[in-house]
Design a protein around this ligand. Structure first.
Ligand SMILES: O=C(O)C1=C[C@@H](OP(=O)(O)O)[C@@H](O)[C@H](O)C1
Ligand SMILES: C=C(OP(=O)(O)O)C(=O)O
Length: 497
């Protein structure tokens, strides 16, 4: 069972904010269903939107109310971090049980605090720039796995902005920021090839810089461009002049950030395993409140799943995804070559789908996944191989050759998307046990219950505490330790671990 290194002292992980105390723990037998699915799955708020809106609400000139926000480990860590910096945050639920968060910004941010980032990229890359606007030192640390994630882009940028930063020279957590209450801003260059979050974190706080910010990415490819679009869109929606100058340069003018009432969209990337389940099992999955226009990369699932037999129709109430003949009914779907540079977040779940197809597939453009919650390329290669596929790790992706599959203990490496990928594999593979389904609490605490409910199976039957003996003896692939290079700009994709 995963033990969370969670040190937020204002609330417990499943307690005060309405988390589900029945969340499955320990080894979990991936459930199967006898026939096609017919389910409506209500997906909680977007992690990326919730954490952007929390940051902007903290920096705003007036209070903000967030409706439909996500309450999961990543967003609770964000709330806790901002509270420590002096932001007043109240969490309630409306009469339908939908979370409502009221955020009142402080007159000035307080320093002399420690921030726990957990494993949340949005906390470790978005909060430091807010902390640089505080008076006094702010120290950042996180889970063991978080200490392997690239941070050089953020630290490099803060130093270029004249902020004093102390770290051990590896460009990783832990580090301390010594804010002086203001940032002048201006023009800076960073290498954001390891994560788009370096760019987003700076742009979000930039309206509060005296001269705003012109930010240029200088490195190789820039991943997850839609997430930068999302950052610009959230800024503009609050009255900030934020724009793309060219494909590597962005400009944010200084000025007040509006508060107000904001509705958070469902997390479309978290819809991925449920929509993929329709492709695997056949039938229909409906996702209510799917937005008709959005910057979320999960919206690309509508096109991405079409070649796999998914007919997706969108109206103003829901996305309906119907699959006439699923893999479980004998559909022989050929593999695919996908460049997921912009949609890396979807790669683990799509890799699981490709492993269930007929014929080889290649995923490219995702070298930066080595710096995600775990080295996702190594983790997917290890786990898909364990189930019986032939998988080759490429410099920037994976080559997957499906094969007859066998029972296995699927390891998650604390990665929520590895956990949901294990659940997908288990839909049509007998004997898949996911070692740590609880790590889905990073962005979707009720995943196990939602999955069982979609399949019409009893959730209690999947909570398997007796791992079969033969599984215990599988080797766990070793994760390499981070580079000891003293430069803070060693965040090139592939160098991340
Ligand atoms: O800004 C964001 O909310 C995110 C940006 C992306 O990060 P990377 O650019 O590091 O892939 C994405 O993968 C992550 O899940 C969320
Ligand atoms: C990469 C991810 O998360 P994070 O925001 O922690 O980077 C993810 O959710 O797939």
């Amino acid at each position: 069972m995963q033990i969370f290194n969670y040190s937020g002292d204002d609330f417990d992980l499943y307690g005060q904010f309405g988390g589900d105390t029945d969340t499955a723990t320990g080894p979990w037998s991936a459930p199967q269903t006898g026939g096609p699915i017919d389910a409506t799955v209500r997906i909680p708020g977007s992690k990326s939107l919730t954490n952007r809106e929390l940051i902007l609400a903290a920096l705003a000139a007036e209070p903000t109310v967030l409706r439909g926000a996500l309450l999961a480990r990543d967003t609770r860590l964000m709330i806790s971090a901002l509270e420590k910096l002096g932001v007043d945050i109240e969490v309630n639920h409306d009469r339908h049980g939908t979370p409502t968060i009221t955020v009142t910004p402080p007159d000035e941010f307080s320093g002399a605090v420690d921030i726990d980032c957990g494993l949340a990229g949005t906390v470790m890359r978005f909060v430091p720039t807010v902390a640089a606007l505080a008076l006094g030192p702010v120290t950042f640390d996180g889970d063991e796995g978080a200490r392997l994630r690239p941070m050089g882009g953020t630290l490099q940028a803060l130093r270029a902005l004249g902020v004093q930063v102390r770290d051990d020279g590896r460009g990783r957590l832990p580090f301390s920021i010594f804010g002086t209450g203001s940032i002048t801003g201006g023009d800076i260059e960073i290498d954001a090839s390891a994560s788009s979050q370096f760019v987003s974190g700076l742009l979000l706080s930039a309206p509060r810089f005296d001269e705003g910010l012109t930010l240029r990415h200088t490195g190789a490819g820039l991943p997850s461009l839609p997430h930068i679009e999302m950052t610009l869109a959230t800024l503009r929606a609050r009255g900030v002049d934020a724009r793309t100058i060219d494909e590597r340069t962005w400009r944010v003018e200084p000025g007040p950030i509006r508060g107000g009432d904001i509705v958070i969209e469902p997390d479309l990337s978290n819809a991925a395993p449920f929509l993929i389940a329709a492709v695997v099992c056949g039938g229909t999955v409906r996702i209510p409140d799917w937005p008709t226009t959005t910057t979320q990369v999960g919206d690309h699932l509508r096109e991405l799943l079409a070649p796999f037999g998914a007919e997706c129709t969108l109206d103003d109430r829901a996305l309906t995804c119907t699959v006439a003949n699923g893999i479980a009914q004998g559909a022989e779907i050929s593999g695919a070559d996908l460049n997921l540079e912009h949609a890396g977040e979807l790669a683990p779940n799509l890799a699981a789908l490709l492993a269930l197809c007929h014929g080889p597939s290649t995923l490219t453009g995702i070298a930066h996944l080595r710096g995600h919650e775990t080295d996702r390329l190594a983790a997917l290669a290890a786990e898909l191989s364990r189930v019986g596929c032939q998988v080759t790790e490429l410099e920037d992706g994976l080559h997957i050759v499906p094969s007859a599959r066998n029972a296995a203990l699927w390891q998650c490496y604390a990665d929520h998307r590895m956990a949901t990928s294990g659940a997908i594999m288990g839909l049509v593979t007998d004997g898949i046990t996911v070692d740590d389904i609880e790590c889905t609490s990073k962005t979707l605490p009720d995943f196990a219950e939602m999955w069982c409910s979609m399949l019409g199976v009893d959730a209690a039957a999947s909570a398997d505490t007796s791992v079969r003996d033969e599984f215990i003896h599988f080797d766990v692939p070793q994760r390499s330790t981070p580079s000891t290079d003293t430069s803070t700009s060693t965040d090139r994709p592939g160098d991340a671990r």
